[in-house]
Ligand binder design. Sequence first.
Ligand SMILES: Cc1cc2nc3c(=O)[nH]c(=O)nc-3n(C[C@H](O)[C@H](O)[C@H](O)COP(=O)(O)O)c2cc1C
Ligand code: SF4
Ligand code: SF4
Length: 263
Amino acid sequence: MNYMRNRVYFFTGTGNSLNVAQMIAARLGDCEIMAIRKRADLDVPPDLDRVGFVFPIYFCGLPGMVVDFLRNAVFPAQANTYMFAVAAFGGLIGNALPQIKHLLQDKGISLDYGAGVRSFANAVSFYEMKKNVDKITRKADKRAQKVIKAIAAKRQRKIGNGLKQIERIYQQNIPQFSERAKAYTVNADCVSCGICTSVCPARNIELANGKPVFGSHCEACLACIQYCPKRALNDGEKTKDRRRYTHPRIGHEMIAAYYQENE
Ligand SMILES: Cc1cc2nc3c(=O)[nH]c(=O)nc-3n(C[C@H](O)[C@H](O)[C@H](O)COP(=O)(O)O)c2cc1C
Ligand code: SF4
Ligand code: SF4
């Protein structure tokens, strides 16, 4: 089988990470974009030129599904493959880069480069969405271009070992994510379009009688609530009066297409 020379894996809720992955792929050329979602292909091909991971930050660390992917993936010997990681974070990058460095080390892989791209903070369960989407997007794009230049040049960047206090924040919050969607409600504005199911990386939503029903393996990515065109989904009362956010260049169809392609 012939593979493209470069591969970038992404995990996303609202499109920020996919946007960075697409920018990387466009700059590098000959680059395959692969989704990290439940039942993703775990075999990383040998002899690639570059392999990268792009993801959001959840409670100062990696999304649970990215951790699972890295633990379960089958990596060939690293040889000359340049490995990189980019965190599309909202304001506090925390320990995510040390965490991915250690997870790769466990597989005998060394991370050559890691960096953050400050992006729109999307956690609508916790706070209101900012209004200045265009300005934040422009700034994120500018930063992403710098990071991509470094990746194209195969620059090396040492990543530290992280902070214990921050690790505690992550450990306290991450295990509770799987049941989060149990608090989500659907109102009468739902038009049974199925968009929420199509953007869920965890395959945690099914339509029953045309209405979403949530399972017990939520990643708390908020894609369902944010992409719902009717604002019919809410996290209890918390999100009812808050604005919604999705990346301006990443529509729900685009995310769904990657998920279907990587089936
Ligand atoms: C549950 C949850 C927790 C989050 N925690 C953090 C955090 O600790 N630090 C941070 O910088 N951003 C945090 N964010 C914001 C996202 O990391 C950020 O908006 C990211 O760019 C979203 O990427 P996406 O559009 O690819 O999903 C959090 C978002 C969610 C949904
Ligand atoms: S995205 Fe919204 S309108 Fe569409 S099925 Fe889901 S809840 Fe209903
Ligand atoms: S149920 Fe919603 S918040 Fe949970 S993983 Fe699926 S899309 Fe994300």
